[in-house]
Design a protein around this ligand. Structure first.
Ligand code: TPP
Ligand code: MG
Length: 541
């Protein structure tokens, strides 16, 4: 690789790490790098807007373990600050690649376009939003720096930033000077002690329960977690951010635990447990039902990437993955599934076809529509809260930014998700407010011939906000959302207001198997899912 240019080396490494698509918007500082993308065997997916590209890369990273967004300096770079912040907050390893003014021209023309305060500004912003960053300005260290930054994304499952001054891109990179960083390892004695204490607690508990969180997914430990549940005969709930961390048809699965705003039987079962094993659970307000969760830490085992505690004992130098793998490898005695809360069967039978649709009926109907070859992607808002109890028939089949909660994720995420997993058709659940933010990426979806089913929940404004404090600031212009395919000249759309029309539209999406489908679901202005009603009560202060 010693003879590659700096830019080609980066692209070669991304390809080796499974990144076959780069999402971005061109600009003069990144154009030459972009011409190298297809030359190096990767596809450049041109988005309408950088924020769309950032969300697409985030979804891609959640599915493939690494994603990349590629933008120009300032106007492009700063537009992906928000999506990078989300990737940081929710542990999604996205590589942000920004073109930049050349080192020579920085000296000659300080007021070059897209500059903000100085040439350091953008990198400093991204230093706050990533786990590693570098300006690749020196061919002597370029390879080592690229390797260091990519290794950090993979190790910490968080975004990283690489800035490419345009006059350094084509320089021949020199060979590596530094050895690759040693992979982190657990201290064996501490690991043994932590496992011994955790296993003893679980074995002696009358009603142990596991809560699986998002980090199990991010660290690729889903199979290990399932092995643990099956071998030890343990039931498991999931957090909302970790929804679908395991296939929700798994007999051990109880549903989403969300404290006081979740389903009552699950909350009661978890909170009455004498040993709650929280694996990869981030203690966010949304995961904890706006802090209505009642989990006594003396009864909890809490393992996350950055911490391990068993009751009040804190163990250092134990890697999250080693702890879960150790639990799964334990020889567990048989335990029978007694007293577990049963999954609520959802009414599958159709109601009166002429009845106006309600949010509750929409989600009940969707529950019987979903299949294992679909990825459900929900935007924050009632699209997410309504989706909490949908049964996802495949592990990692649900994506939503349920912590950082940036509206406008779902449509561009469908682009990233479908390119990452082409065998799964995305089902996008998006509010009218969110759709007005990034819905234009349907254009990119259409351009690349993808076929998601997009349900726009048109409740005539910002419902979630209405529940907290209403005012005209929560109103929106009522678009003809179902006619967007006409505007694009691609795809099929339908507006549905009754149960019968929804059935018809869902059936039609099967006929329109290869095309983009937009279903506008008209809902009452104040109709809400049960979860949103409970959540809103918690948010009102
Ligand atoms: C980028 C962004 N801006 C603002 C908010 C604050 N916010 C949270 S929910 C919401 C309303 C969402 O409206 P819509 O997408 O129509 O979903 P609904 O609540 O109506 O189901 C807003 C504005 C946010 N979460 N993200
Ligand atoms: Mg709305």
């Amino acid at each position: 690789m010693a003879n590659l240019t700096v830019g080609d080396y980066l692209l070669r490494r991304l390809g080796e790490l499974g990144v076959h698509h780069l999402f971005g918007v061109p600009g003069d500082f990144v154009l030459r790098f972009m011409t190298r993308v297809p030359e190096c065997g990767l596809a450049l997916i041109n988005c309408c807007d950088e924020q769309g590209a950032g969300f697409a890369a985030d979804a891609y990273a959640r599915i493939k373990g690494l994603g990349a967004v590629c933008v120009t300096y300032g106007v492009g770079g700063l537009k992906v600050a928000n999506t990078t912040a989300q990737a940081f907050a929710e542990r999604s390893p996205v590589v942000v690649i920004s073109g930049a003014p050349g080192m020579e021209e920085r000296a000659r023309h300080p007021m070059i376009h897209h500059r903000v305060r100085d040439f350091e500004t953008q990198r400093k912003v991204f230093e706050q939003l990533t786990v590693a960053s570098a300006v690749i300005d020196d061919p002597e260290t370029a390879l080592t720096e690229i390797d260091r930054v990519l290794a950090a994304a993979l190790r910490y499952k968080r975004p990283v930033y690489l800035e490419l001054p345009r006059d350094r891109l084509d320089l021949r990179a020199r060979h590596h000077h530094r050895a690759a960083p040693q992979p982190a390892a657990s201290d064996p004695e501490t690991l043994r002690a932590a496992l011994a204490e955790a296993v003893a607690r679980i074995q002696s508990a009358a009603q142990p329960v596991v809560i699986l969180g998002e980090e199990v997914h991010r660290f690729g430990l889903q199979e290990t977690a399932i092995e643990l549940l099956r071998k030890a005969g343990l039931p498991a709930a999931a957090t909302i951010l970790g929804k679908s961390v395991i296939d929700e048809d798994e007999p051990q699965y109880l549903g989403i635990y969300q404290g006081g705003i979740g389903r009552e039987e699950v909350t009661r079962f978890v909170e009455s447990s004498d040993c709650v094993v929280m694996l990869g659970v981030m203690m966010t307000d949304v995961n904890l039902g706006i802090y209505t969760a009642s989990l006594d830490r003396r009864r909890c085992i809490h393992a996350v990437a950055e911490k391990l505690s068993v009751g009040l004992h804190v163990y250092e130098d134990v890697l999250f993955e080693d702890f879960i793998t150790g639990l799964a490898a334990t020889d567990w005695p048989h335990r029978s599934p007694e007293g577990w809360p049963r999954r609520e069967p959802r009414p599958a039978a159709a109601g009166d076809p002429a009845s106006p649709l309600t949010t509750q009926r929409l989600f009940e109907r969707l529950d019987s529509f979903l299949e294992p070859d679909m990825t459900v992607i929900a935007d924050p808002g009632d699209a997410l809260y309504g989706a909490v109890d949908l049964t996802i028939h495949v592990g990692s089949g649900f994506l939503s930014p349920a912590y950082y909660n940036s509206l406008g994720f779902a449509v561009p995420a469908a682009l990233g998700a479908q390119l990452a997993a082409p065998e799964r058709r995305p089902v996008v659940l998006v509010g009218d407010g969110a759709f007005q933010m990034t819905g234009l990426e349907l254009s990119t979806i259409a351009r690349y011939g993808l076929n998601p089913i997009v349900l726009v929940l048109n409740n005539h404004g910002y419902l979630t906000e209405r529940y907290i404090l209403d005012g005209s600031f929560n109103d929106l212009l009522d678009w003809h959302y179902h006619r967007v395919p006409e505007l694009l000249g691609v795809g099929w759309g339908m507006k549905v207001q009754t149960e019968g029309e929804l059935d018809e539209a869902l059936a039609k999406t099967k006929e329109q198997a290869d095309s983009l489908c937009v279903i506008e679901v008209v809902l009452d202005r104040l109709d809400a899912s049960a979860t949103l009603r409970r959540l809103a009560a918690g948010l009102k202060h």
